[in-house]
Design a protein around this ligand. Structure first.
Ligand SMILES: [Zn+2]
Ligand SMILES: [Zn+2]
Length: 379
């Protein structure tokens, strides 16, 4: 397709940060600006978030084609609407210039998991922006690390509530809807529950925040390094914090955490948000009998880990998994944003980088120097 101006778009070309081969630095390339087809739309990216998964994608730890414009979390403004696109996922009218966010994937609606199981995150034909669509294919702009992103027909697009800033909306990135899916949708905390969160990255922070909004009685966060834990503390995410760099012996940690729960029985729900396999054995120990363990953070396959299955039987535990997020989770997340951003200073999590600094930003995420790096094409 030729490059030309569409609607309010004045740029003829859109830059994108392209992963050409695994392990290699990303390169900034320019692409012709496509005209959105019926049902599709074009968005101007304000912030394209960098997620821990992107570090693994860049290294080639997950199956995907190349070349790809990375970026599966973002906020931006509507740049051009294709025919038939008149409203967002909540039925609100949609116009050029509206501030929006969107789901990273489109489920097929036809496979066994979509139709019979009603679990779109397990869809056998899931299309994921910034991961599964090569930039070699028209309309090229399938990732959020660029000036513009093309959203195909069937995308879940939601307008941001008027009182929520773009920075607050991107602060948790895909971690927010991931926690909506796993914690609220699958583990289902009850009012007054004691919730232990293992990990204080974006998923752990989001788990603490949503546990709070759900009426948890007590929240204990176990994580590190100390700077990240301090950020969680200053945001008021939990009631107690256990620093894994301070208490390095796992069995001592289990004792310290358990002592923070009512009657030292252990937690009603323990949420794993570490991505470290050995955290699972430790987390099972932190559950109270008849409690729930949610494995939420193991997005990359880091291999097996020893654990004691006797604990699961003897404590009669519910051990649950959760994969990815659906369009509905993104909608629920956006609906919760006014409450979430009123309670927590989300924008403090965000570290902006220019698009050209994409490799520095990825390095900072990998090293744990930042909580939420975001690429800002306008910088
Ligand atoms: Zn992600
Ligand atoms: Zn499907």
């Amino acid at each position: 397709m030729p490059g030309y101006c569409v609607c309010s778009i004045t740029m003829m070309q859109s830059r994108g940060a392209v992963l050409k081969s695994f392990g290699a630095p990303l390169e900034i390339e320019s692409f012709d600006v496509p005209d959105p087809e019926p049902g599709a739309l074009l968005v101007q990216v304000a912030y394209g978030g960098i997620c821990g998964t992107d570090v693994h994608l860049q290294a080639g730890h997950l199956p995907m084609p190349t070349p790809v414009i990375l970026g599966h979390e973002a906020v931006g403004t509507v740049a051009a609407l294709g025919r038939e696109v008149t409203e967002d996922a909540l039925g609100a009218p949609l116009a050029e210039g509206d501030r929006v966010t969107w789901a990273s994937s489109i489920a097929c609606g036809r496979c066994f998991y979509c139709r019979q199981e009603r679990q779109p995150t397990l869809c056998e034909n899931r299309r994921v922006y910034g991961i599964s669509r090569s930039s070699d294919r028209w309309p090229h702009l399938f990732g959020s690390w660029g000036d513009l992103q093309y959203l195909e027909a069937g995308s879940t697009v939601v307008r941001l509530p008027g009182d929520v800033s773009m920075e607050a909306a991107i602060a948790l990135g895909c971690a927010g809807p991931t926690v909506v899916h796993g914690l609220l949708g699958i583990a289902k905390p009850g009012v007054g529950d004691t919730v232990v969160v293992q990990g204080c990255g974006p998923v752990g922070l989001a788990a603490g925040m949503f546990a709070r909004l759900s009426g948890a009685g007590r929240i204990v966060m176990v994580g590190g390094p100390p700077g990240r834990l301090e950020l969680a503390r200053s945001l008021g995410v939990a009631d107690a914090y256990v620093d894994i760099f301070d208490i390095t012996d796992p069995s001592t940690r289990v004792g310290v955490v358990t002592d923070q729960t009512p009657g030292s029985r252990g937690a009603d729900i323990v949420v794993e948000a570490t991505g470290v396999p050995s955290a699972v054995a430790e987390g099972l120990e932190m559950c109270r009998p008849n409690g729930t363990y949610l494995v939420l953070g193991q997005y990359t396959d880091h291999g097996p880990t020893p654990l004691n299955p006797h604990l699961i039987t003897r404590k009669q535990l519910r051990v649950l998994g959760s994969w990815a997020l659906s369009g509905a989770d993104v909608v629920d997340f956006v609906v919760s944003l006014p409450q979430l951003s009123e309670r927590f200073d989300l924008a403090r999590l965000v570290s902006p980088y220019p698009l050209e600094a994409v490799n520095d930003a990825l390095g900072a995420v990998q090293a744990g120097r930042v909580t939420k790096a975001v690429l800002t094409p306008a910088l």
